[in-house]
Design a protein around this ligand. Sequence first.
Ligand SMILES: [Zn+2]
Length: 309
Amino acid sequence: MQTTIRSAISFDGIGLHSGRPARLTIRPAVAHRGIWFKRTDVDLGDTMIPARWDAVVRSPLCTLIQNRAGVSVSTVEHVMAALAGCGVHNALVEIDGPEAPILDGSSVPFVRGILDAGLRVQGAPVRAIEILKPVTVETNGGWARLSPSKTGQGLDMVFRIDFADRAIGVQEKRLNLANGTFVRELSDCRTFCRASDVDAMQKAGKALGGTYENAVVVDGDKVLSPGGFRHADEAVRHKMLDALGDLALAGAPILGLYEGHKAGHAMTNALLHALFEDADAWRIVECDTATAATLPGAGVVQDEIPAVA
Ligand SMILES: [Zn+2]
């Protein structure tokens, strides 16, 4: 069955790129509503922004969604991953500024808040998107692909990254997202960047809210953020967290295999465009109990939220 959050929960922080303070509040929504964002600081016109793949506009470093009136909100991927990973299908996400708060750079504060508030089961079955044939997008040596499930267990992910910085290097990870995997294995993994990119980003007006605490900063073989990585392969895990958040913009859980090779936000969004352009590549299925039990939000246990400093 579809779920929503039981009661409203708020998060205060600053935007990673804007550096501006922001309060994000997740509120319950009715069945079949999906996830919507609302800009509470905008008075005029349409302030509702659908959390959908076709509302994404080009943004190299984060996922930015915009409605037809030009009202936008950026860096939605970590809260989207938390909602998908906790199995929240319907919610209204209010934000009083142009960018979601980055908090600790991972999804774990959102997960903790969502599970503390609790979930309410709604009287409608979950609809999922079943992948029927492979769809691939490629750019600059990277690629991303969705293909039919080989396991029949909800969503499988394989991700590979390859960074010149030895602190990251080559990392590959394969995970099935059933049984609370997202919360246990991915939710505490923080965004990361290279020290050499920070200056360029800040000159371009990005990463103005970035700190050594809300992003893992690496320089060659050194990790500049105090305490280092939370997992030896935290970087690839964060890319999987981002991918789950970006895939959630499909509007329904995906049943299939996602593979990302040096992929990022733009490529995962291009992949959803390619998928939905090909009517033979997918179909909507109503989940029976067995299928619903394989979705990323099934089997989530509050005790399994990673303890982080
Ligand atoms: Zn991210």
